[in-house]
Design a protein around this ligand. Structure first.
Ligand code: SF4
Ligand code: SF4
Length: 483
């Protein structure tokens, strides 16, 4: 059977994928990353910011049981470590999970990672995690396997994770001082006993650090998630960053606390607030130079499917999947060939854009919100965006520094004023919005709020568009724009 015709455009609605022959073989590998590490992360949307433009992950909700209580979690909702609050649509048995993974792999060519992120703890509910992974390894051997855990049961399973070739693990570490931990964790359940207060936090801390050290010793890449809780651990996360860096963590991901009252969590009910977008960014900026930061996390659901920021989980509920599914690798294989060419072109565009911004020598920075459907391009309409990727252009270059989630402003061709107000509020602190298309009315309202919106660079590489705006703003001479 011949491979299906597939293009990045069909998956991300890009207008131009660039010259396929011009940069074949160009590497998107960052200059400071060893080739062996790049091989592990280059298709992982969470471990490589570059990969998240092209590749998708899916979570299967096979692990509902948990061995600790976090003050930001209500078990009726998704694991707040790895999800935005919302009930998991359906918990799965390992057999159901395997069926779902095959169905998604056949339909979503971007799929590269299978993760288990709850809705409880993947290491505590170990038998289901293990049974799922063992079957997937046989069915789709090239899928990367990934787990997320609170760390308490992690040291008991590191050897088995290693045996199953799980080479990406996330541990949620919110403290390294048990006094701080006692304000986050009311209890843990360990070795058939319930512990509370500082003693519980001390045990959790020791197990988390032990698990991290064991993973590092085995070459498993570890990402640390930390929930930023203003007034509880925000300043303390600087210390956490030092500890995890010293123990070999690959990435540190600081996530904002989500504590809506209606979610029924302890923090939600007691009025503990989460950080504002600019507070989160300020803390992340202070950590520059410590453990490398992940800035593109979307706090996904425990049953998320698709590119980060574009959840397609509702298309793959069990009722929509046939009882008999057989894996067909052709779409995924064809997609990878297209991405290999596209990311080479993008690497060249990014490097030119960085040079242009540095050449401006202005010393100023510009915060740019980009509407994108993926592929690393400015390719979403302002009114259709459900999130904006936020980039900072400065004398250091251009980097992704976060994202802002918004309610979709335009539905069925009509925009709601009240929704637009919410979008503008979510874009606080942004200088420029780049999108594929925007109407005169939202453009004028954004201008009124001090935000310039432009659709002149639709379908360009994101960095090319930003560097051109930066050059125009601060006086550098633009390099030739991509056609
Ligand atoms: S580890 Fe996850 S599931 Fe367990 S209490 Fe914390 S947030 Fe909830
Ligand atoms: S929650 Fe963050 S780290 Fe986990 S899959 Fe989503 S983007 Fe990746």
């Amino acid at each position: 059977m011949s491979a299906p015709k597939i293009s990045l455009q069909s998956e991300t609605t890009a207008k131009s994928a660039g010259c396929a022959s011009s940069t074949c073989g160009s590497s998107a590998r960052p200059s400071d990353m060893e080739p062996a590490i790049w091989e592990k992360v280059k298709d992982h949307p969470c471990y490589s910011e570059e990969a998240h433009h092209y590749f998708a992950r899916m979570h299967v909700a096979v692990a509902p049981a948990c061995n600790i209580q976090c003050n930001y979690c209500n078990r009726k909702f998704d694991c707040a470590n790895e999800s935005r609050p919302g009930v998991v649509s359906e918990k799965l048995t390992p057999d159901q999970a395997v069926r779902k993974v095959i169905a998604v792999a056949n339909e979503v060519p971007q799929l590269s990672v299978l993760g288990i992120a709850g809705p409880g703890d993947a290491c505590f509910d170990w038998h289901k995690t293990k049974a799922t992974f063992e079957r997937i390894v046989n069915e789709i051997p090239d899928l990367k396997l990934c787990i997320s855990t609170n760390g308490l049961a992690l040291p008991d399973h590191v050897a088995e994770l290693c045996d199953m070739n799980v080479d990406h693990v996330t541990i949620t570490v919110n403290m390294v001082d048990p006094e701080v931990g006692a304000r986050i964790y009311p209890w843990i359940f360990y070795k058939h006993r319930r512990y509370t207060g500082v003693e519980a936090a001390r045990i959790l801390h020791e197990r988390q650090m032990l698990g991290l050290e064991m993973l590092t010793a085995r070459g498993i890449l570890t990402k640390i998630n930390s929930v930023m809780i203003p007034g509880v651990n925000d300043e303390h996360l600087i210390e956490v960053n030092k500890w995890v860096k010293e123990r070999g963590a690959f990435l540190h991901n600081i996530m904002p606390l989500i504590s809506n009252r209606e979610h029924g969590t302890h923090y939600g009910l007691t009025g503990q607030r989460g950080p504002k977008a600019m507070e989160l960014k300020a803390l992340q900026d202070r950590l520059d130079g410590g453990a490398k930061l992940m800035r593109h996390c979307r706090q996904c659901r425990a049953d998320a499917v698709g590119l980060l920021g574009d959840d397609r989980g509702q298309e793959f509920t069990l009722g929509q999947i046939s009882d008999e599914v057989t894996y067909d690798a052709s779409r995924r294989d064809a997609y990878r060939e297209v991405v290999a060419r596209e990311r080479g072109d993008r690497a060249v565009a990014k490097s030119e854009a960085t040079e242009l911004v540095k050449a401006a020598g202005s010393g100023k920075s510009l915060l740019v919100a980009v509407a994108s459907k993926g592929g690393g391009r400015v390719n979403a309409h302002f009114g259709h965006a459900r999130e904006f990727q936020v980039y900072e252009a400065s004398p250091k270059g251009i980097s992704l520094v976060g994202h802002r989630t918004v309610e979709q402003y335009c539905l069925g061709g009509w925009g709601e004023d009240a929704t637009l107000k919410g979008v503008i509020a979510a874009l606080e602190g942004i200088d420029v919005v780049l999108c594929a298309k925007i109407g005169d009315c939202p453009k004028a309202q954004l201008r009124g709020a001090g935000i310039r919106a432009m659709d002149d660079y639709g379908y360009e590489h994101i960095e090319t568009a930003i560097s051109t705006v930066y050059a125009a703003e601060f006086g550098a001479k633009p390099l030739a724009a991509t056609a």
